[in-house]
Design a protein around this ligand. Sequence first.
Ligand code: MOS
Length: 752
Amino acid sequence: LRAGVLVAGAGLLPATASARTATAAPAPAAPALAGAGMNRVDGWRKVSGTADYPNDVAEPGMAHAALACSTIASGRITGIDTSGAESAPGVLAVLTHLNAPKVQRPPGEPPAPLQGDVVDHHGHYLAVVVARTPQQAAEAASLIEVDYEVRSPVVAIDDPRAPRAPAGTGTTRGDVPGALADSAVRYDATFTTPANTHNPMGLFSAVAGWDGPRLTVHSNSQGPSAMQESLAAAFELPAADVTVVAPFVGGGFGSALRTWPHVQLAALAAREVGLPVRLVLTRPQMFTGVGHRTGTVQRLRIGMDRDGTLRAIEHRSTQTAAVDDDNVDPVTSGTAVRYACANVATHDEQVRLTIPGPCSMRAPGEAQGNFALESAIDELSYQVGIDPIELRLRNFAATDQESGLPWSSNALRECYRRGAELFGWSRRPAQPRSLREGDELVGYGVATASFPFFGLPCEASVAVLADGTAVVRSSTAEIGTGSRTVITQLAAQRLGLEVGSVGFEIGDSRLPTAPLAGGSGLTGSLGAAVDAAVLRLWQGFLDLVADDPAAPLRGARVDQLAATGGRLHLVDDPATGETYAAMLARHGRGDLAADGAFDSSSHDVNGLSRAGAFGAQFVEVRVDADLGAVRVARIVSAIDGGRILNEKTARSQIIGGAVGGIGMALFEDTATDPGTGRITNATFADYLIPVNGDVPDHQVAFVGTPDRFNPVGVKGVGEVGLTGLPPAIANAIHHATGKRLRSLPMTLDQLL
Ligand code: MOS
């Protein structure tokens, strides 16, 4: 695949030589994609019930599993009585730590299930019960009797009993204490953010079956290839003996990045009973078994000159972690690079609690850290009497403050300008609590949004069939972001085919290896891999006709080619060429295929610039003057996501991110009872999320240019749209009421 790697950089954009010297100059405009604002290619399947979500998979003879979970958060199992469960109707097997086979713990994954008697969080799996029906399995699981040696749970971030340690992230530059002491304006405040739970609509499930030594699992996954590797490690199998299938996911937001223990339990159960087994988590189990956003306490100290120039920033964060699972959200990382500032110290600390393991959740770290930083900048704007946008412009970071590297592209200033214009920011009176309509206090708020962009190694294949249509293949997952659609568009454009003539097979670990669909990084990596595969496919066609006297393209080179209307032809002489179908037919071929790969480490621009998506997000809030109830009345987001492949799906990503941001700001709070360590609101009735009535009109404007960091020109739009919302809402609430809220979620009791 090396050749594919090498040509990846020569794709849709000239991303090579010029980028070395002129990363700040605008990149050339990329050609509009076919179907630029088209609907999702899989939309009709999703709304017609024909999309094959993992928990819809039914295998012949399939049995059903249910889990018994601990009702304590900390302690040891001293006795477990499964006799009632074993004799319950329909029960085929009951596995506990006393009889479960050994399962290895794969690198980076949570502890393997049923491997000991220690309980270190509420909801810890005690047993898996397999029965003929899901109801029989659930009933039998409820009959399991457990005796514990109970220890006191440690679940509060400020509990002095909890072990704490540096998280290994953070940076120091300049003289922070000195610059803080010298600053004319000083700021010191503490922010708290609670645990949030991802709550994808689709309940996570696993349908596992064994064919001799070979395991097949249908499961919710943001990366079937990663889950394949994880399961192979857990069961000590060759990777080739494990297949993971996940063409549709049902939502992820980060919770499907890992292989959680329930997947291993489904596989164990299936091996035990010699039948395929389906295990579907309950909604409460979704709160304890598949991760959550870590809670934080953050202290920000900032020194500023009277003219608004940032002199020093110190950002220290403590975040929650599980006793025996590793997750670090880079809470303070954004602070180190957001604004021009010579003296910066950031530090992340972890405190280990008897809670379920946290994991990445949409814009991990950036979401919590940006709430603190962008609230603080807003507070400072009042202290120095400078408009919040002007203050941000004065401290614009023209280069990456950590490395000194130029940005691969950065239209943040244009985001402020365009967003302010669309929002009507000039109508904002500087004085808080000065806008009122009837019983409602009205406030305007703005915040910078940002999310880093990076590439990951990725493979894809492209085949053209005898009828001139094409099939793209990659193991990647579609978690609802629109990847299936935009990659289909990219492939169609590159191949010179109609979008409807390109199929895209994904969600299966037997397909070419794609990275996790996460970190807003997939489209760039996969797009580049597809691009490379297309170029190698063209080479394949040239090889096919190399000795063919009837071939117009005999002797041509790939770099001379373009494709339109299903025809491969010379760029400079479009009349010279022929259709894919004609070449295949003349040579008696049913198809022609090629692999391609992208590896960011071999991509020219990597290491020469720093990439990221940016944005400015504006919010109007209405606060009931008597009751304190907060309503977000409208949102404007101006986003620099590099090249926008599909205006519609990209806009949906920004809107979806903002909905998550509203939830984080005003509603979401995974609450843990300090006495029992139990999550007290682990249902959709009790865990509040925004509903349609909480989500206002949201105007999204894309600014910026195709980026040079990635051959496709994108910078990722999956997460940036969340990051500005919590602080923009906090800043708008302050503007409306004069009250500064530094603790999420911002509930009405804080405003009375
Ligand atoms: Mo995202 S938290 O990388 O799925």
